[in-house]
Design a protein. Structure first.
Length: 482
């Protein structure tokens, strides 16, 4: 498999430390609010990547953190403490907020067919580990105490990694823009590993440490959680492109300083979901959630389909019109799969293998999901029987996660219920799948046939009272709720 690596700025063959095994880490959510669908785009694409690796035969151990304490890298960072902000907004404790929004995040993931990682670790559950690593960084002279806080000393590194084409000077200015300088720092890029003194004095969660009562910085949690559950060699680190600098840069700095050897080779960054007016964010009033999509009648999996239609390294523009187009295409695709019928017949293994090769090529080409979706249409057109087509699509859907077979079968069942035949002479009733109404419509037809028009009218009035309109058609009747 070839993937673009943000650390080297090129597409490279994906090579793991242990053959056929992937240690994978994902930066998880800060659980102070609902995730917006822009955040969820990253998790959808990372889920496809994980499933593509498994489909390719790798054994994957995927780890994710939950940021439930602080969200600070330095007192000078653009910072409000997001968890505190959430707690104040809703007049709840920080832990209540964390629990509520962690559950909400995984509910959204479930609706979007995003698999839960093998390990999910809230930051508050691993404080001792953070203290151990920060102590070791001080012992190795990669960290220093100033003004009550512990800082990482970026000047001690041979190379301070960056993920884009700017030089460090530009990035440092970018990060400082509009933000007061933290006078305790020795170097402009230094960042806090442990706070005991902060401008956020009302921080609710604090722990004892060798440097006083305080709480961890944000970057250290990802390094520690990964090193604990993925081991010393991480194969693949994922996140939104926002996280590349300074968060991931600082994760590399800490982890490699601690371990004394290179840490993670492959970095996978998913680009933004944009609106017509720019990047989608919580603060700009364009706060779109999975619940909102559902309230408006959208199937969350249609949003997943929308995301898969474009490449993860390109910005994706969200408009309702674009989503409607994706919904139309998704529903049409399900109808075409439904039209294949059931699983009757033998699967042609030769055709199955050839299609798998093409699908694999799409995945191997830097996770080309739009090409992978095109493979589904190719399978529908393939010169083979319906059972083979269903087997191919079922296999692709292990990666795509669009529930194509499940939804197609449900659609066929619904249609079968709507077009049921009743009566000895093949009288057909087409309705909305309600057996009680079907029975009344049939009684009315039988009364008419027996020329008992008073009874037929009585039943029609009874149906009308229930809001049902019946139309006679050749050989049967159609009813609907009006
Ligand atoms: Zn992280």
């Amino acid at each position: 498999m070839y993937l673009y690596n943000s650390a080297t700025h090129k597409k490279e063959e994906f090579v793991t430390h242990t053959p056929n095994h992937v240690e994978m880490y994902t930066c998880g959510p800060t659980v102070y609010h609902f995730a917006h669908i822009g955040n969820l785009r990253s998790y959808i694409m990372e889920d496809v990547l994980e499933k593509a690796l498994r489909w390719r035969g790798y054994d994957v151990n995927r780890v994710m953190n939950i940021t439930d304490v602080g969200h600070l890298a330095s007192d000078a960072d653009t910072g409000e403490d997001k968890m505190l902000k959430g707690a104040k907004r809703e007049n709840k404790s920080v832990m209540d907020i964390a629990k509520f929004y962690t559950d909400a995040f995984f509910d959204d993931c479930k609706k979007l067919n995003i698999k839960t990682p093998d390990v999910v670790q809230p930051a508050t559950g691993l404080i001792d580990e953070f203290i151990k690593v920060v102590s070791a960084l001080i012992d190795k002279e990669y960290a220093y105490v100033a003004g009550g806080n512990v800082y990482f000393d970026t000047s001690k590194l041979d190379r301070y990694y960056v993920f884009n084409d700017h030089d460090e000077e530009d990035l440092a200015v970018g990060v400082r823009e509009g933000v007061e300088e933290d006078a305790n720092k020795r170097n402009k890029n230094d960042f806090v590993l442990w706070f005991t003194k902060s401008k956020f004095e009302d921080q609710a969660l604090k722990w004892d440490s060798p440097w006083g009562v305080g709480y961890p910085g944000w970057h250290i949690e990802c390094s520690c959680i990964s090193m604990k559950f993925n081991g010393e060699y991480l194969d693949l680190h994922c996140g939104g492109v926002d996280n590349a600098f300074p968060h991931h840069t600082n994760e590399i700095a800490q982890s490699e300083a601690y371990l004394g050897h290179p840490w993670c080779k492959q970095w996978f960054h998913v680009h933004h979901l944009n609106t017509n007016s720019g990047k989608m964010s919580k603060s700009k009033g364009e706060f779109l959630t999975v619940s909102l999509l559902e309230e408006k009648g959208y199937d969350p999996l249609a949003y997943r389909f929308f995301c898969l239609q474009s490449h993860y390294r390109k910005g994706l523009v969200f408009t309702w019109e674009n989503l409607d187009n994706a919904v139309g295409a998704y529903n049409k695709l399900i109808k075409r799969v439904a039209a294949l019928g059931g699983d009757d017949g033998a699967v042609d293994q030769g055709v199955l293998g050839a299609c798998a090769d093409k699908f694999g090529e799409a995945l191997d080409n830097d996770l080309n999901t739009s090409m992978a979706v095109t493979c589904v249409y190719d399978a529908l057109k393939a010169d083979t029987n319906a059972a083979t087509k269903r087997a191919i699509i079922g296999s692709y859907d292990l990666v795509l996660g669009l529930d194509l077979i499940k939804k197609a079968d449900a659609l066929r069942e619904k249609e079968a219920a709507q077009a049921k035949t009743a009566g000895a002479d093949g009288f057909t009733i087409q309705g909305e799948g309600d057996p009680a109404i079907d029975a009344l419509v049939l009684q009315r037809a039988e009364a008419k046939k027996a020329k008992n028009f008073a009874e037929a009218d009585r039943i029609r009035d009874e149906l009308k009272a229930q809001g049902i309109e019946v139309t006679d058609v050749p050989g049967g009747a159609v009813w609907k709720r009006v």
